[in-house]
Design a protein around this ligand. Structure first.
Ligand SMILES: [Zn+2]
Length: 139
């Protein structure tokens, strides 16, 4: 099914690649900060596994956002252009027809839901990997 660019739940190879590169950039930045902190003597060792988890959870967040967007957000079809969209009025000006989505979650609701899930998974990963001592800052 063809959808307008940016429609929640729509995925493209370019979008997935961009998302993966975005997560990679954040994970690499985190790794770089760890090396910097180690060279300055603030930490004893660099934890590569944590950077990998940042990469995985970042990408998982994008995947969940697409899945929840596809399942929970209403979708409309433009009768004039024949494409699926998130909008009740298409960019061409035509009023659209609702074709799927039983829940009235907005894009922002899905973003909040996914952010909360990823944040919870991050805390669980931290607790499992390095224990509660490091989660609460050792000041
Ligand atoms: Zn249209």
């Amino acid at each position: 099914m063809t959808v307008d660019p940016g429609v929640s739940g729509g995925v493209t190879l370019l979008g997935e690649l961009s998302s993966f590169l975005g997560s990679s950039a954040i994970a690499l930045t985190y790794l770089g900060i760890q090396y910097l902190l180690k060279s300055l003597g603030f930490i004893d060792s660099v934890n590569t596994l944590l950077a990998v988890i940042v990469l995985i959870l970042g990408y998982l967040g994008e995947v969940l956002d697409s899945v929840f967007g596809a399942l929970l957000q209403p979708k409309y079809r433009c009768p004039r252009c024949g494409v699926m969209t998130d909008r009740e009025v298409h960019v061409c000006g035509e009023r659209t027809v609702r074709i799927m989505g039983n829940y009235d979650l907005e894009n922002e609701d899905v973003n909040l839901l996914v952010s909360a899930i990823i944040a919870a998974l991050s805390v669980i990963a931290l607790l499992l990997l390095i224990g509660p001592r490091m989660v609460i800052l050792d000041l």
